[in-house]
Structures are given as structure tokens and as C-alpha cells.
Design a protein around this ligand. Structure first.
Ligand SMILES: [Zn+2]
Length: 155
């Protein structure tokens, strides 16, 4: 058994204001655990995406989060949970005025490839994306796999 205080773990920088990857701190072997704090407008993800073999559960701890999907968006408020199945596309967004802390659980941890879709202005549609760090490692860029256009930068 291991107990941690998320406030004492390191925070990542993108794509959300606060990201605390807790799997390593907890030593989880089968489930990915991530804590996010989304400022208004922010997302836990770089784009609409699906995991090949990982099921996710999001617990909205405060505020309100909208899950963009390929169909109707799904809204979840403080205290509610949302389950996303294998291969199901989604992207969270804090559409509210206040910060939204969200706890995300995914299993099996790192299961399957992640496919990311973003609107590509040059292709005129949503296309598959590749993520990479820029040369000085200060930002992550998303690039269209069809035409190589940069569709977003996160720093
Ligand atoms: Zn493109």
C-alpha cells in the first residue's frame, strides 16, 4: 500500500495548467492515474482522441467540464463521472468560468495506440496528428500527418 499527496508531486506543463501524473508516485501497474486542473477553456488533451485499448473514467471534482465527442457533447458537473470506452473519441474542455479539477483513471495503463484528430486548415477537415517537442523542448507541437501543417502549439 502506498499513500501520496498529489500536491507534493511534480506538475507537467501542457496541455493543461496543472497536470500531475500520479501513476509513478503511486506505483500503479495496471491503471493510469492523472490529476488535472483546467483553467477556463483548457483541456486534458491535445485534440479529439481515442485510445486503442484503454478505458478511461473522469471524475469532475469541481466546476463543469464538457466532453466533445464525434456526436453530441457530454457535460459533467462537480461530483459526476464520465466513462470513455476503448476507441471512443473525446476531448474534455472546461467551458465554465471557474477552474475545474479532474481526476482521470485509465486501464489498462498505456493500452494501445492513441489516435489524435484536430482540424487542419490546409486539409479542410479533421485529420490524424503527430505530437512532438520543439527544438528547445519548451513546447509540444501538433502536426497534420497528411500535409505536415502545424495545427497547434502548447507551451
Ligand atoms: Zn493537413
Amino acid at each position: 500500500m502506498r499513500k501520496i499527496d498529489p500536491a507534493e508531486t511534480e506538475t507537467g506543463r501542457v496541455p493543461a495548467d496543472v497536470i500531475r501524473p500520479l501513476s509513478d508516485a503511486l506505483g500503479t501497474t495496471d491503471v493510469a492515474v492523472n490529476y488535472y486542473e483546467l483553467a477556463p477553456g483548457e483541456s486534458t488533451a491535445y485534440g479529439l482522441h481515442a485510445h486503442g485499448d484503454q478505458e478511461d473514467v473522469f471524475h469532475v471534482l469541481s466546476g463543469e467540464v464538457t466532453f466533445e465527442t464525434r456526436d453530441e457533447p457530454v457535460r459533467a458537473s462537480a461530483g459526476e463521472l464520465v466513462r470513455v470506452g476503448h476507441g471512443e473519441y473525446q476531448r474534455t474542455r472546461n467551458g465554465g468560468e471557474e477552474r475545474a479539477p479532474v481526476l482521470a483513471l485509465g486501464a489498462p495503463k498505456g493500452g494501445g495506440d492513441t489516435e489524435i484528430l484536430r482540424a487542419c486548415p490546409d486539409c479542410g477537415t479533421r485529420t490524424g496528428q503527430e505530437l512532438s517537442l520543439n527544438d528547445d523542448r519548451t513546447a509540444v507541437g501538433a502536426r497534420c500527418v497528411d500535409c505536415d501543417t502545424v495545427t497547434g502549439e502548447f507551451d
